[in-house]
Design a protein around this ligand. Structure first.
Ligand code: UDH
Ligand code: MN
Length: 341
């Protein structure tokens, strides 16, 4: 009798233990639904209940051989219009808590249940904009994860206080990112532009693509038809075809228009999302020190056709000072070798 009692006690103990393990696992797994986690902005699960109901497995199933099937053309976890605001103070630690567990060192991510359609390097030119960086990481990582990209975030930090060179930092980002991984698409983004709709995919297409179509600062309208600055995406081939950006636009202005002209000169045209989806909020800021508008850049725009073959990726010279891999991004500090004046 005593023996039976001990058997029963043992059995109930084991079942209890198994139940606890099951419960804790269940809780953990929940976090792998990006929708749950990434709707923390308005702290509501109900709002995305319908999307949440889509089981992860319906997206793509591993084939019997164990390899993954391609991710779908239309990522199933997108939320559409997003709430974005910058009045909350966000530290890197906050952002790490928010999304860090989904990422690999260096701000890398790839979907676990399907093979991403593109390998995308996001290149951000940077100097002394840490607060903006925190907002950018806070909003963009969840979006890029929902877009099912195999991506990495590269913040290219210009050392010193010489004239800023946005375009050269982009070229450096492209070159350094390719040393780390076999990227096939490059999204060049200002640090202060946050998309207001996650259907604006950070991918490349058959044409160079301008993504920041409708920015609040410009009343959600294109300021001029050929604008290509802000956020734009070029495939590896497209970027090579135009010899990248010019390296010689110091200070503010012109480098994005020069890239547009390079694209035209090489016989390509650009594409854009429609203005309902290509909406952005810009973090308001004053002009930075050492990034004054440079009047010489206007003249340089008349010479794109003369410079395209000799000024660009094939003439890029710089020195890497430090490569630091944070969980949320790869931070590359460079000496851009500004001309001495
Ligand atoms: N950037 C930096 N640090 C700098 C300068 C530029 O990180 O010191 C980067 C950053 O990614 C930024 C991008 O370069 O988003 C483009 O620079 P910008 O944001 O200064 O350019 P924008 O077109 O116009 O926004 C700047 C003039 C703003 C003056 C408006 C005053 N009302
Ligand atoms: Mn700006």
């Amino acid at each position: 009798m005593l023996k039976i009692f001990f058997y029963l006690l043992f059995f109930s103990f084991v079942s209890m233990a198994l139940f606890i393990v099951f419960l804790s696992n269940n809780k953990k797994n929940k976090n792998f639904f990006p929708i749950n986690v990434f709707n923390t902005e308005n702290n509501s699960f109900s709002k995305v209940g319908n999307i949440n109901a889509v089981p992860f497995k319906t997206t793509a199933m591993p084939t019997t051989s164990g390899t993954l099937t391609p991710c779908p053309d239309f990522p199933p976890y997108l939320q559409g219009v997003l709430q974005v605001q910058f009045n909350t103070k966000r530290t890197l630690e906050d952002v790490q808590h928010h999304v860090g567990s989904f990422l690999k060192q260096g701000g890398r991510y790839k979907p676990s249940n399907c093979t991403a359609q593109q390998k995308v390097a996001i290149i951000i030119p940077f100097r002394n904009r840490h607060e903006h960086l925190n907002h950018w990481l806070y909003y963009l990582h969840p979006i890029l994860i929902r877009q099912q990209l195999d991506y990495g975030v590269y913040v290219i930090n210009q050392e010193g206080d010489d004239a800023f060179n946005r375009a050269k930092l982009m070229n450096i980002g492209h070159t350094e990112a390719l040393k780390q991984y076999d990227y096939d698409c490059f999204v060049f983004s200002d640090i202060d532009l946050i998309p207001l709709d996650d259907r604006n995919l950070y991918r490349c297409s058959d044409k160079p693509r301008h993504l920041s179509v409708a920015v609040d600062k410009f009343n959600f309208k294109l300021p001029y038809a050929t604008i290509f600055g802000g956020v734009s995406a070029l495939s590896k081939e497209q970027f090579l075809k135009v010899n990248g950006f010019s390296n010689t636009f110091w200070g503010w202005g012109g480098e994005d228009d020069d890239l547009y002209q390079r694209i035209s000169l090489r016989g390509m045209s650009i594409s854009r999302p429609n203005s309902a989806i290509g909406r952005y909020k810009m973090i308001r800021h004053n002009r930075d020190a050492h990034n004054e508008r440079n009047p010489n850049n206007v003249q340089k725009l008349r010479e794109t056709h003369l410079n395209i073959d000799t000024d660009g990726l094939n003439s890029l010279r710089y020195t890497v000072r430090e490569i630091r891999k944070d969980i949320l991004f790869t931070f590359i500090t460079v000496d851009v070798q500004a001309p001495t004046v």
